[in-house]
Design a protein around this ligand. Sequence first.
Ligand SMILES: [Zn+2]
Length: 425
Amino acid sequence: MNPPLPDPSRSNPAPYGTAGVVAYRVGAVRDAFGLQLGPSLILVDVGSRTILDILEIDTPPKDYPTIDYSNSVVWPAMVNAHTHLDLCACDPQPYPGSFTAWLSQVLASRGAVKAAQVTQAVAYGLDLSVNAGVGYMGDIAHTPEACMARWRFEKATGTRIVKVGLFEITGRGSRERWACQEMDRFIDENTPHIPVIGLQPHAPYSTGLGVYKHAVALANTHGLHLSTHLAETEEEIEFTRDGSGPLADLLRSVRGDDADIRATGLDPIQVLAGPLAQAHWLLAHCNYVTDENIAFLAKCGASVAYCPMAHAYFHHKPHRYRDMLDAGVNVCLGTDSIVCAPPDSQQPLSILDEMRLLYRRDGTPPDTLLQMATLHGLRALGLSEDFARIAPGCPAQLASAQFNADLDTDPFEQVLRSDVPVSPI
Ligand SMILES: [Zn+2]
């Protein structure tokens, strides 16, 4: 429900004083709670970057310095719920024809990246994201340093972005014990000083059930976020069900008998049923799910990070995100890594481009897309829903894009139809 709007007929909108207040003159306003305004003024306290008021008037009062966005529609900053900023050290790569071949390629590229380059890569990815109107992100980091790189970025640039750093770990067989110890060490060194961190056991084919169980225990004790890649490929189903296929071959080639591969007769979501039922997980992809899987995810209160452009890059079968939404699963949007981005992308890591794909391909309603891109992502990352609201008292962390006021079409729909760039406010 929307908070009551201020009275637009009020002649003197200055109960907060004018010092440190800036007025944004905007062409239209949208938010994830159904707010739809035409030309308006958004008054922002510069110090706290909080919205003070929204006035449905076109003429800025003289009292405030005014910044003109009158050709733009404005909406809350978007959430990239699943990305790998440390892979910004790599370039976009063409799809090599199979997921396993792609995985081998990425592992080789990552192995060649030095620690100092990782920090730079994360800063570069944050910069791309901020400039694409993203305000919040679930960033998977392969090292503790990459997980924490947000603070260095903010210090250097003064740009605010809320980054939930999820420390990724892999480990099967005899390496399960090591993986659990690494998670313990990460938590000892980083909590409780840093509130927005979490753990990501990589995926059911690379990481043993014991690691998942330990991650749940740690998350429930320390109030941490939990994420994993799940049901991403048909090869993953073959791996967990039959203990065979290209992923089994890849693991055996790297780890030999120690990979601890066995047929379970279960699909990946069934394999992780215990840990999934014991915490709120953010599940990346879920590209291959059954009706029973969807009902189970809804029951567990899981969130699914759907990455439409990455999904298309891998030529997966159609994603069931609309069935998941209908079943009550909290589906949000992610970009995955820059490696899967189109090489000619004007704004890599743009959540708006992910929305555009779904709008144009599937005709998904703009309101649904705006919710997936803001509110659902915030819920998935355990962040305040106020970040998806444009109202007094809410953060002035906004995105904007130009539209044509002479057209009858809804301004936000115009943005989804066009390729105009998105900018942060
Ligand atoms: Zn991923």
